[in-house]
Design a protein around this ligand. Structure first.
Ligand SMILES: C[S@@+](CC[C@H](N)C(=O)[O-])C[C@H]1O[C@@H](n2cnc3c(N)ncnc32)[C@H](O)[C@@H]1O
Length: 192
């Protein structure tokens, strides 16, 4: 059930984040477009011109963010990873139905905190719609509980100091951008 609700839940999140948008599609394009622009800007400023060849989308859910990353970096090999096998099945099904990519997205069932993937094997790792947000932190307990039906890990997101954790792990160029009224995008690089 949660897997079937994930896509409409994401669309309604975009509508709330961009209340002036004329359609759900326009709201989605603003939310996803600003997020991707923040990633591309960070890459332009800090990568020294290197190519993005391998992308990992951690917490890919039903593959919406993964598809956007694959469209933005069409020559990259893209991997979506999630803890939920149900979300991954929907991601795989949707991708087969919608897309004719030359390099198909690879889906991995794993914990993002211990992926088992070789270290230094991705040029870009993304985690989208997971970190804390001031607006969501102020939701009433009833709405918070409802939201949990499509996202069981909300408590952990709220308690994580993302920028601090990234710096502690050795990332540099930690940058935060408010990408719409409800979301911020935090980007960081591995030191060369
Ligand atoms: C809100 S959804 C992400 C949506 C997606 N990235 C997007 O932008 O449309 C959060 C996802 O993170 C997954 N998740 C939470 N904790 C995780 C972990 N430790 N490892 C892997 N996936 C995790 C959940 O199963 C859920 O599918």
């Amino acid at each position: 059930m949660a897997a079937a609700e994930a896509e409409p839940a994401t669309t309604s999140m975009s509508i709330r984040a961009v209340p002036d948008a004329k359609s759900a599609d326009e709201a989605t394009q603003v939310v996803r477009g600003n997020w991707l622009e923040a990633i591309e800007k960070h890459h332009r400023q800090h990568s020294g011109g290197s190519m993005v060849r391998d992308i990992l989308d951690i917490g890919c859910s039903v593959g919406i963010s993964t598809g956007y990353l694959a469209n933005t970096f069409p020559s990259a090999k893209v991997t979506g990873l999630d803890l939920s096998p149900y979300f991954l099945s929907v991601a795989q099904f949707n991708e087969r139905k919608r897309s004719q990519r030359t390099a198909p997205i690879q889906w991995i069932h794993a914990n993002g905190e211990d992926t088992g993937l070789p270290s230094k094997s991705f040029d870009l790792a993304s985690i989208s719609l997971m970190p804390s947000s001031k607006v969501l932190q102020n939701l009433s307990p009833v709405l918070f509980t409802l939201l949990k039906s499509t996202e069981p890990h909300l408590d952990e997101y709220y308690l994580t100091d993302l920028e601090g954790t990234l710096r502690e792990a050795g990332f540099v160029n930690v940058t935060e951008v408010l990408t719409d009224s409800r979301h911020r995008t935090v980007t960081a690089s591995v030191p060369h």
